[in-house]
Write a protein that binds this ligand. Sequence first.
Ligand code: ZN
Ligand code: ZN
Length: 379
Amino acid sequence: MAPASMRAMRYHGKPELVLDDVSLPQLKPGEVRVKVAFCGICGSDLHEVFEGPLTCCPVGQPHPLTGGTLPETLGHEFSGVVEELGEGVEEDGEGTEGRRTLRVGSRVCIEPVISCRQCDACKAGDTPLCDLAIGLYGYARPGGLAPFVNVASSNVHVVPDNVPLDIAALAEPLSVAWHAVAVSGFKMGESAFVIGCGPIGALVTRVLFAQGASAVYVSEPSASRRAIASQCGATAVFDPTTDDALARVREATGGQGVDVAIDCAGTQRTVDAAIESTRRKGRIVMVALFDKAKRPTVDMWALMTKERTLTSSCCFNAEDMRQVLAALSSGRIKVDDLITCRIALSEVFDKGLEVLRQDPTQVKILVDLEREAVQPASL
Ligand SMILES: [Zn+2]
Ligand SMILES: [Zn+2]
């Protein structure tokens, strides 16, 4: 049984996190209570805490869908076990297509997008493109940096038996990468150029190979992240600060350019490079988030004279997460080596966010909710 109260890692709008005592909210109809196993720390959490509030809603400006405001329990990349089913949540029958047996004890991961579920976009399955608003667990309502979270059953995916829960926590960022590749229209045997090899660039590289890429070239200024690109199987890795990555990509593709470029960095330089790196009728996908105020220019001449397509990828949908879980289960994609650190809930600020900010060798830091904080050795 879940206790009446718990300690949750909450963001109050200042560059710090507080392990607050909070009472467990009542389970509403249609929700399930999840006992969190693992929760990943994301670059977005870093931006939120050090530069925010950006996605969390300040006091007095509640989220239009959830009514959530600061302080908020962070964490949108999490897995766990269903502890309790709310009213109206039926135990799905064995083998129910897509959903599989959601019941008490089910091992699950969370699709964090909250949307109206009623508009045309939502009905078409494009939940992140909701006409009304979108929110995320961990920003617009309590997320996974707490022992328990109430989640709408429609936001829960049952994890295949052979996928461990720590790996399942990575299904969320992996789905972001999966969606970006899906948006590009990538087909088996095509070549790709990935710009920026942070966690998303690394996962995009893995997804491209899982889907049969003939070659994936990666450009990344940080040496340790170039090492991660190699670890992800990159065909060739370039340092854009010392090397003409564009020229190298052209050379490697017989002067033609790649079929697909995915920009995971999001600067004027990388937008230009992404466009120029593609072949005739090439496709360019922006997955990096641009500051609203920054409006990069697009070289329409370069785009048009090769009939290139420039498009973008926003979060992901339920189908992406289903495909990711299937790919993890079949072994088509592996991400265990990208979990670079495991910490306790109380260590999220010092050993999570601060470390992620300063150490580019980190890919995914996971909070293990069962783990006790390592106490400094007493003298
Ligand atoms: Zn994230
Ligand atoms: Zn909607």
